[in-house]
Design a protein around this ligand. Structure first.
Ligand SMILES: NC(=O)c1ccc[n+]([C@@H]2O[C@H](COP(=O)([O-])OP(=O)(O)OC[C@H]3O[C@@H](n4cnc5c(N)ncnc54)[C@H](O)[C@@H]3O)[C@@H](O)[C@H]2O)c1
Length: 314
């Protein structure tokens, strides 16, 4: 039998709303830590999608030193929202990234859950203050935004809304830590939170450089892996910058390279996500990565990320 962390008992059972990329990965993590999971999704192929997922994820669980079997007795699949959420200690919502859908979903969920239920949304961009707008009690609702795939990646951004209680934030941090994650309490609600804002700023420039023909798509990957990626995996960007300034640290870096940095901000591309751009970059992506299936590439990504994580822990 899978042992359950002592901090997790009060968070059992968990309801996972939405069985897409993120919901299935969260469900796997929760099950592998011994929790009972109700998986809700209105999709008609829920059973097939779920079975296929749990079969393909076994090797990743093994690499993570997590149990990969015996989930069936603790997993319920349902397309009945009331049945899914009644009696749940935690809800982790992963429906489509649409504000009105999430607003109605949480207002609906509120009708069936108890006052102490922790209500978390995986939303990548939508603040809890907006999602909870139709709820009567907004105090237990907040964002628990993972990095994909949540089973593997440590970061979860915990972002309270205007009306989220201090206790709910603390509960979310305890919950994610007990699952082996590295939650970060984000102090202010901003669109896109922190990790994606950083990632998207860099991706805007990377896509622009590829679109302009400055560099091939797969070469951007090599450039980042062999420079910024390696450094940032060790120090993060800010400490990396502090060390880039030599003995004078961050201040020296800014005084020395700041003007060049600022100049390059103005030189950066301002790509529009229109149909033409999507079509041009999609063609380039097929040329760069079309030699392998998405599943093969995702498996390679997971294996490499886990190897890096293991080294980091040492
Ligand atoms: N994909 C990522 O990299 C990523 C990373 C972090 C967070 N997120 C966030 O996680 C959430 C889910 O993203 P995803 O990539 O898993 O999307 P997805 O499209 O893979 O999955 C969404 C699921 O929601 C289901 N669904 C549709 N209508 C629903 C409803 N009314 N109620 C409940 N479920 C419904 C769909 O059937 C589908 O299975 C989004 O809010 C997204 O911003 C995504």
């Amino acid at each position: 039998m899978t042992r359950i962390h002592s901090d997790l008992h009060r968070f059992d059972p968990v309801t996972v709303i939405g069985a897409g990329t993120i919901g299935l990965s969260w469900a796997t993590l929760f099950l592998a830590h011994g929790l009972t999971v109700r998986l809700y999704d209105p999709r008609p192929d829920l059973k097939e999608v779920s079975e296929q997922h749990f079969k393909s994820i076994e090797s990743t669980l093994t690499l993570l030193n997590l149990p990969s079997k015996g989930f069936e007795s603790r997993l319920t699949l349902t397309s009945d929202l009331q049945q899914a959420v009644t009696g749940a200690a935690v809800i982790q919502e992963n429906g489509p990234e649409k504000l009105t859908l999430k607003q109605e979903l949480f207002a609906n969920i509120e009708n069936y859950v108890e006052a102490h239920t922790l209500l978390l949304s995986s939303s990548s961009t939508l603040p809890a203050s907006d999602i909870s707008v139709l709820m009567k009690d907004k105090s237990r609702m907040l964002i628990g935004h993972p990095f994909n795939p949540p089973l593997v990646m440590p970061l979860v951004e915990v972002v309270p809304g205007q009306f989220t209680s201090h206790e709910a934030v603390e509960d979310a941090l305890v919950f994610y830590r007990a699952l082996g994650k590295a939650p970060q309490h984000i102090q202010k609600e901003v669109f896109g939170f922190v990790a994606n804002r950083l990632q998207f700023a860099m991706m805007r420039e990377a896509m622009y450089l590829v679109d302009e023909g400055v560099v091939a798509m797969e070469d951007v990957d090599e450039i980042v892996k062999d420079s910024i990626g390696l450094r940032w995996a060790a120090t993060g960007p800010m400490l990396g910058m502090h060390l880039g300034g030599g003995q004078g640290g961050m201040e020296s870096f800014m005084r020395h390279l700041g003007p060049t940095m600022e100049k390059s901000w103005y030189a950066q591309g301002n790509l529009k996500m229109d149909e033409d751009t999507i079509s041009r970059l999609a063609t380039k992506s097929r040329k760069s990565y079309g030699h392998s299936t998405i599943d093969e590439l995702a498996q390679m990504r997971d294996e490499k990320q886990m190897a890096i994580l293991k080294t980091r822990h040492k």
